[in-house]
Design a protein around this ligand. Structure first.
Ligand code: HBI
Length: 359
């Protein structure tokens, strides 16, 4: 049992791109869920400010109405910050402003300009978990400003992600974590590969499909179709690939398929801030083959729990697929248990919160 130095009253403010449980928030939804669960397990008091329609009934939610924020990665780097009428983001932060006196710390999970801009207007300290790499200039600028004015309140998942913001100050690297007990180890996989994630251009699914078509190894695809035109183009471009699209599944359904795969393919065309699916895969004993780019390059132990491949090289993916017998699947499971457990995650976040509050 982890004894916490001091129990905190925490207010988590969600990403404004979709209700919690919808999958639209991608990795940051899973991150928020896991940290919330772990903070409650450590007897901290917690409230989550979430969009109306959130379905996490087992966590303390207050649901706020309003229009969703535009998905940041669909915008140009120089695009101005946009706020819809009746903005959900603004409504969630107005609620946080009203109740801030009841909390020791507010934690921001939105990759949006407003919460960073509001920091100096709040009496309560705000910790910002930055969930992606640098995408647009207004957000880069306000993150730099907050990093200067409120040192240590900006947290990243990985060094590769943090480097895209080029801050002068020190900042915590929180990595990430999952409830490893939700994933069942499998030592004898079927002759198939997996690809898991939001189906959108930055995730590079077409490269995994190309590898599947060339090797004729079946590819099980799971995740939310965020960009339909992109998905249709992939199906047109690779008519003979042995694909099966299984939809956006619950964690349990997804791991049931993933665990039976010889490897997970990760093909990020952007600097993936972390790559939750990589640690979910390791937890199942499934090696990860990923481009040497962003978060996965700090997670995978090349040659031991997977392979790191030259970015955007389909040939590199195929060469790694041919070497999968070199990997001990149990070593993958062990890495998940030691580095990416909820306890390891909780320790990193709790230490970050205590540092911000000078406890
Ligand atoms: N876009 N505007 C905006 N705000 C977010 O919080 C956000 C996003 N795009 C993607 C996203 N969050 C998450 O899927 C990633 O942080 C994982």
């Amino acid at each position: 049992m982890t004894v916490s130095v001091k129990t905190l009253k925490l207010l988590f403010v969600s990403t404004p791109v979709g209700p919690l449980g919808s999958g639209i928030g991608g990795g940051v939804e899973l991150t928020l869920y896991n940290i919330a669960q772990e903070m409650i397990r450590r007897s901290h008091q917690l409230q989550i400010v979430a969009p109306v329609g959130s379905t996490w009934n087992d966590l303390p939610l207050v649901q706020i109405p309003g229009n969703l924020q535009i998905i940041a990665q669909t915008q140009e780097r120089t695009a101005p910050v946009t706020m819809p009428e009746n903005s959900l983001l603004a409504n969630m932060w107005d609620y946080a402003r009203q109740v801030q006196g009841d909390y020791d710390l507010i934690v921001n999970f939105a990759y949006d300009w407003l919460p960073f801009y509001l920091a100096p207007f709040f009496d309560c300290a705000i910790a910002h978990l930055v969930s992606m790499g640098s995408l647009n200039n207004p957000l880069d600028q306000i993150i730099k400003q907050v990093a200067k004015q409120f040192p240590r309140t900006i947290g990243f998942h990985t060094q590769a992600q943090a480097a895209t913001f080029a801050l002068e100050q020190q900042y915590p690297l929180l990595s990430n974590g999952i409830d490893v007990s939700l994933y069942d180890f499998c030592s004898k996989p079927k002759q198939q590969l997996a690809w898991v994630g939001r189906i959108a251009p930055e995730k590079g699914l077409e490269d995994a499909v190309a590898a599947s078509q060339i090797t004729n190894v079946p590819l099980k695809i799971m995740g939310k179709i965020q960009d339909d035109l992109y998905w249709q183009k992939i199906n047109r471009d690779y008519p003979n690939a042995p694909l099966e699209y299984l939809g956006f599944l619950s964690t349990n359904q997804m791991q049931e398929v993933l665990r039976q795969c010889r490897a997970l393919l990760m093909t990020p065309h952007w600097v993936e801030a972390f790559g939750n699916v990589a640690i979910e895969s390791l937890a199942c004993g499934v090696p990860v083959i990923s481009y040497r780019r962003g978060g996965p390059s700090e997670i995978i132990q090349d040659g031991k729990t997977g392979f790191l491949v030259e970015p955007d090289s389909v040939a590199g993916l195929i060469a790694a697929i041919a070497r999968l017998d070199k990997i001990d699947r149990y070593a993958c499971r062990q890495q998940a248990e030691t580095e990416f457990s909820l306890k390891a995650l909780g320790d990193r976040f709790e230490n970050w919160f205590y540092k911000i509050l000078d406890i």
